[in-house]
Design a protein. Structure first.
Length: 332
């Protein structure tokens, strides 16, 4: 493969790259725009009011966000899905009269598949699962970034806090949440050709399901870990210690990774054009538990969930993970 992309490419490929770039650069673009406004004196009152609104008044991140359907339907998200390309594989129907907790695996570097499948209509989620309204959940710290917070809320994103989760699950039929279960810790285990999941100690979303009587929907993305080349820091290295320190104080961290650029194929922050197959499994029915679930109830449901994640892997690994370097592993 040549180092640099040809100057002449079909316009469709340029549109695909542009759609992905829009998402990849969203934080940088938002901060640049915000600080530009800060340099304009007559904008200062608006900036101050906006900051006060963010810090003291706006409860939208804890109340399901501010979903803008026409933006989720934007044609550009179809190009986003075609860039890789991404494919949504549906194993069963979902009853729109119920609420669901989608567990997305793996985290990857920045969960590109989760954004495309649940934060946009690039894969026609609403047509495939009519009546189901998913909210992709993310860290509260993302809602403290000016402008970016409003951008992700338009996609239907909301805070991953417990109060936010319960508010969405109790706000009517079909309202559902999407949790990237492995979180920041799992992102450090991202390696092409592998699928190492952080699941053994994850009981929070299991408890949410039991307390709210929400069915669990395991979702496995084959190829999510192949989008970037990753430098794996050893547990004893300074890099790994810094990553763990960042996770402790910021709630998130990033591995050292490399993708491709806009005009080159070898270096940059853009993901590589590798196919991603997002398998949405059949729901695991959950009976509502009055009061606080026991440890036995939590572990029993967790085992059912993990068994179904492994079963999805076994059903599709020879089709969607042909070039794998190892089998799926539950690492912690």
């Amino acid at each position: 493969m040549p180092l640099f992309a040809p100057l002449r490419l079909p316009i469709k490929r340029r549109l695909q790259t542009g759609a992905v770039l829009l998402w990849i650069s969203a934080i940088a673009a938002s901060l640049t725009l915000f600080f530009y406004f800060c340099t304009i004196k007559y904008m200062w009152p608006i900036v101050i009011i906006y900051l006060l609104w963010i810090l003291m008044l706006d409860q939208a991140p804890e109340r399901g966000g501010r979903r803008v359907q026409w933006w989720r339907n934007w044609r550009g998200w179809t190009y986003f899905a075609q860039y890789f390309p991404m494919t949504l594989v549906k194993e069963g129907d979902l009853d729109p009269s119920k609420n669901y907790i989608f567990g997305y695996h793996p985290h990857g570097i920045i969960s590109m598949g989760a954004f495309c499948a649940f934060g946009t209509e690039g894969l026609n989620f609403s047509k495939r699962f009519p009546g189901i309204k998913p909210r992709l959940l993310t860290l509260q710290t993302n809602f403290q970034i000016p402008i970016y917070r409003d951008y992700i809320m338009a996609h239907g994103c909301a805070s991953v806090s417990r109060s936010s989760c319960e508010h969405i699950l109790k706000s009517g039929q079909g309202n559902s949440i999407v949790i990237v279960v492995g979180g920041a810790q799992e992102s450090l285990a991202t390696k092409p050709g592998t699928l190492d999941l952080t699941l053994k100690k994850r009981l929070g979303f299991i408890k949410l399901a039991l307390v709210n009587g929400a069915s669990l929907v395991p979702t496995l993305a084959f190829g999510e870990n192949d989008l970037y080349e990753v430098y794996s820091a050893k547990d004893t290295s300074k890099t790994y210690k810094l990553q763990q320190l960042a996770k402790r104080f910021l709630g998130f961290t990033l591995p050292v990774f490399n993708g491709r650029g806009i005009f080159n194929y070898e270096y940059g922050l853009m993901p590589r054009r590798k196919p991603v197959f997002i398998v949405i499994g059949k729901p695991i029915h959950v009976e509502k538990v009055e009061g606080s679930p026991t440890l036995e109830q939590l572990e029993e449901l967790q085992k059912k969930y993990i068994d179904e994640v492994v079963a999805i892997w076994e059903r599709y690994k020879d089709k969607y993970a042909v070039g794998r370097k190892q089998e799926l592993q539950i690492i912690e």
